[in-house]
Design a protein around this ligand. Structure first.
Ligand SMILES: NC(=O)c1ccc[n+]([C@@H]2O[C@H](COP(=O)([O-])OP(=O)(O)OC[C@H]3O[C@@H](n4cnc5c(N)ncnc54)[C@H](O)[C@@H]3O)[C@@H](O)[C@H]2O)c1
Length: 321
């Protein structure tokens, strides 16, 4: 289970967090004894009881409560993270470690960092730390760590599922059945095979590579755009072609998958102009952050039919989007 892997890795990250040589860094181990650790996770309510391995919620507390408390630390877990009177705010002035997840992120703004005088480690139990003001964190000497690789298989599998759902026009067919309808033509007129389609991933790091590997048996044309080219042996094994110029790759793709982090460079990257470079009828799968896409541009392109289908896992993940 992915969240179990995240929890184990978060556990390792916590226990191996070591002092840096930089004088700017706030040292986690500089003071001995009990540390105040705050975890911010979503509440699962009744679902929490259904699976003992479901540790990514507030009730499961990442499964590290016993260990942390056995080490003498104080571990406070909450889902209440917004507004001046929220539970997180009560601990901002003296917490030393903050753990949170991308699906229910505690936003670590410059203003919060300023007030969090004792904060030394911000740990993302997952991948992607765009909920943290990284410039402010670096200036304050905070360590921002994430559990790299923890849920990559889950995301790659999910992306493959979303691609098939879109290509085969599955969702409208599913709705028909639920509504007691049976109109084959209404689905078939735009249901295709994945075989022979051109799929391009924008970002081919850990997740992008796993997706390409999973797509290979479907006999697609596989393209990838990244800042880095893969090793030739890996590129050959995966069977994907490197496209240095994103604008040159987009018009070739039937399906575009986004697999890069949200950064200052990628925020809003898929705007009106970028989307216009894609084929008419392109399908988009975005399992990275929503803010990489310009929401209005996506809405407009979906309405005009330029984008024929769009599935994403995250809404825009920075609250001011
Ligand atoms: N939906 C989910 O549940 C979920 C889970 C995990 C990760 N993610 C998202 O997926 C992203 C990718 O995860 P990963 O583990 O593959 O990360 P990774 O660091 O292994 O790969 C990211 C790739 O993007 C490339 N890249 C970065 N900036 C780029 C740019 N401007 N142009 C082109 N390429 C660029 C990097 O070179 C790298 O190869 C994460 O940052 C996170 O936002 C989502």
């Amino acid at each position: 289970m992915a969240m179990k892997r995240v929890a184990v890795s978060a556990f390792q990250a916590l226990s191996s967090s070591s002092p840096s040589s930089s004088s700017l860094t706030r040292h986690l181990h500089a003071s001995a004894g009990s540390k105040k650790i705050v975890g911010v996770f979503y509440k699962a309510n009744d679902y929490a009881k259904l699976n003992p391995n479901f540790v990514g919620c507030a009730e499961g507390a990442l499964g590290i409560r016993d260990w942390l408390e056995s080490q003498g630390h104080q571990y406070i877990v909450t889902d209440d993270k917004e507004g001046p009177g929220c539970e997180l705010e009560k601990h901002i002035h003296d917490l030393e470690v903050l753990i949170t997840t991308p699906f229910h992120p505690a936003y670590v703004t410059a203003e919060r960092i300023k007030r969090a005088k004792n904060l030394k480690l911000v740990l993302t139990a997952g991948i992607g730390s765009d909920h943290v003001d990284l410039n402010a964190a670096a200036a304050a000497g905070l360590t921002v760590a994430e559990v790299t690789g923890s849920n990559t298989v889950s995301v790659a599998e999910d992306e493959l599922m979303r691609i098939l759902i879109l290509v085969r026009n599955f969702i409208p067919g599913h709705h028909q059945v639920i509504n007691g309808d049976w109109n084959v033509a209404g689905i078939a007129y735009r249901a295709y095979d994945l075989e022979g389609k051109t799929v391009g991933t924008v970002g081919a790091g850990r997740i992008g590579k796993l997706l390409l590997q999973r797509l290979k048996p479907f006999n697609c044309n596989l393209l990838y755009h990244d800042r880095l080219k893969m090793e030739p042996e890996l590129e050959k094994e995966i069977g994907a072609k490197f496209e240095e110029d994103l604008d040159a790759m987009l018009p070739k793709c039937d399906i575009v998958v986004i697999n890069m982090p949200l950064t200052d460079k990628t925020r809003g990257m898929f705007d009106k102009e970028k989307i216009a470079k894609c084929k008419k009828g392109v399908l988009f799968v975005n399992n990275a952050r929503g803010a990489i896409m310009d929401t209005q541009a996506v809405v407009d392109a979906c309405s005009s039919g330029h984008i024929a289908g769009n599935l994403a896992t995250h809404q825009n993940s920075i609250k001011d989007q």
